[in-house]
Design a protein around this ligand. Structure first.
Ligand code: C5P
Length: 237
């Protein structure tokens, strides 16, 4: 059975644990209990200084871990950083989609870690790309970068649900697609610009979604997580 069919609906929801420290992180783990099985830990926890304590606590509780540190540097430095992360019980880690040399160096160092290449941030739209001198729609840039990542041996991409129909048409289903920028239809996107709702993300070919504020800011976060899992179950049949 492929990883795709084995993965449960609950494991396809990745909760963004965007908090500054260990105490807040543990409070969220207690609050969410078994409604969330997969946690993303990123830059806010890293700069707060308690990143690896939180990682150890998640592992102790049997949670899956996504280390979202978005590495971006010269190939040797990125390879060293990936090699270090691969010593921890991490399922996914991120790197920016840069040169083929950087992506290949990261892929060679990843061990059993699965690497995801960040294509175009979901907080960026065509105007943001144009301001950087990058022509085209975000989906065009996503496809170009995803193709580069795939050729370099990277396992998947982080992209918007909006990009998925064209990405799947161009590259098929072999690359994992992990989608942040998930918002209920009609809800505020916060700082996100390219958002889709849960059913749309999976109908368009997402393997996993990342959800932070819609759960953290909910009146009942546990019920919000359970509701998202229910929507995933319906969407993937
Ligand atoms: O709170 P919200 O649901 O918008 O959180 C989305 C999470 O996904 C954040 O932790 C953000 O860093 C992350 N992310 C993103 N866009 C990307 C890659 C990661 O929003 N392209």
């Amino acid at each position: 059975m492929s990883e795709r069919t084995e993965t449960t609906a609950r494991d396809r929801l990745i909760f963004a644990l965007d908090v500054p420290g260990h105490a807040e992180a543990v409070a969220w783990m207690d609050r969410l209990g078994d409604s969330v099985s997969f946690y993303k830990i990123g830059l806010e926890l890293l700069s707060g200084g308690e990143y690896f304590e939180v990682l150890d606590e998640l592992a102790r509780r049997g949670k899956k871990i996504f280390a979202d540190l978005k590495f971006h540097d010269v190939p040797a430095t990125v390879a060293g950083a990936v090699r270090g992360l691969a010593q921890s019980p991490i399922t996914f880690a991120t790197i920016h989609c840069d040169s083929r040399a950087m992506l290949e160096a990261a892929a060679a160092a990843k061990g059993s870690l699965q690497l995801l290449a960040v294509t175009v941030l979901t907080s960026n739209d065509a105007n943001d790309l144009a301001a950087l001198g990058i022509a085209g729609e975000p989906a065009d840039v996503v496809i170009q970068r995803a193709r580069l990542a795939q050729a370099a041996g990277i396992d998947g991409v982080v992209c918007s649900g909006d990009d998925l129909p064209r990405l799947r048409d161009a590259l098929g289903r072999d690359l994992l697609a992990v989608c942040p920028g998930i918002r209920p239809a009609g809800a505020s996107g916060d700082d996100q610009k390219r958002t889709v709702d849960v059913p749309t993300a999976f109908a368009q070919g997402a393997d996993y979604i990342v959800v932070g504020r819609p759960i953290r800011n909910a009146t009942d976060p546990r019920a919000a997580a359970d509701d998202i899992v229910r929507q995933i179950t319906q969407a993937i049949g």
